[in-house]
Ligand binder design. Structure first.
Ligand SMILES: [Zn+2]
Ligand SMILES: [Zn+2]
Ligand SMILES: [Zn+2]
Length: 266
């Protein structure tokens, strides 16, 4: 099965440049050092979906010539603000197509989404006489259990991101895990023979602002890619401490940094 992955954004929770920061990367003005918040879109012949809906979502999708009739919904990795605030932007698709927005997430993520977007729950929408399609159609996914999205098999697996459990997704030989510190053994088994991995890495060890308990460093991410024996590793969720042009030189030849708009054919 062929599909195309497009990196909609590859920045950390604050994006790059950061407001108020004038470091070399933030003020470089160079394309690949400008990063919106992390998300990807996956395009098959019959349809497409996104993983996470960032606060930058509208501007990530507007330049793309995509068919919204084929939009299948959003898979969520976890409910941090940089991954869910684009839910509001997706209302426009529901309103245009007269179709509920389908969201796929684990139990813990759905609870958080519904607590933040309580006004989108269908019974509340009915109370305020909203259009019936202007709501969320939530589909529960369980880690380790394959689910099918319009003929595509997807394997959700979990990882630890600080003190919360997040969901990564495997689709055939490709996997995506933007926010992660520890990948447990049971998830490593589910990633066996993955060829292409997009994995979060905040900054290099020698440029770290703090020892971050929630995110891998570039070095830790490369080590994890090695342990999983992936053929291609793309690093995402990058902070302003990563200079695409300078730091790429230090990566092994099977690893590269993502940039906004990168497309990977699978
Ligand atoms: Zn994040
Ligand atoms: Zn900066
Ligand atoms: Zn996060």
């Amino acid at each position: 099965m062929n599909f195309k992955v497009r990196v909609l954004g590859c920045g950390d929770s604050l994006g790059v440049p950061r407001l108020g920061c004038y470091c070399n990367v933030c003020s470089s003005g160079l394309d690949k050092n400008r990063r919106t918040r992390s998300s990807i879109a996956i395009f098959f012949d019959s349809g497409w979906f996104i993983i996470d809906a960032t606060p930058d979502l509208k501007n990530q999708l507007l330049p793309l010539k995509v068919d919204y009739n084929k939009f299948l919904g959003v898979l969520f990795s976890h409910p941090h603000a940089d991954h869910i605030l684009g839910i509001e932007d997706l209302r426009s698709i529901s309103l245009s197509l007269r179709k509920e927005l389908s969201i796929y997430a684990s139990h813990e993520t759905l609870i958080e989404i519904y607590s933040r977007f309580f006004y989108r729950v269908s019974y509340i929408r009915k109370k305020v006489n909203a259009l019936p399609w202007d709501t969320l159609n939530s589909i529960l996914i369980n880690h380790g259990e394959v689910f099918n999205l319009d003929g595509v098999n997807i394997v959700p697996f979990f990882a630890y991101h600080g003190d919360i459990k997040v969901t990564g997704f495997r689709i055939h030989d490709f996997a995506y895990l933007p926010d992660c510190k520890i990948l447990p053994d049971e998830s490593r088994i589910l990633l066996k023979n993955v060829q292409t991995l997009i994995l979060g890495a905040l900054w290099s060890k020698n440029k770290a602002e703090i020892m971050n308990p929630k995110h891998l460093t570039v070095e830790e991410a490369v080590e994890l890619g090695e342990e999983l024996k992936v053929e291609r590793l793309y690093l995402t969720h990058l902070s302003h401490k990563v200079d695409y042009y300078e730091d790429m030189k230090m990566l092994p030849n099977w690893v590269e940094f993502c940039y906004d708009g990168l497309e990977i054919e699978q």
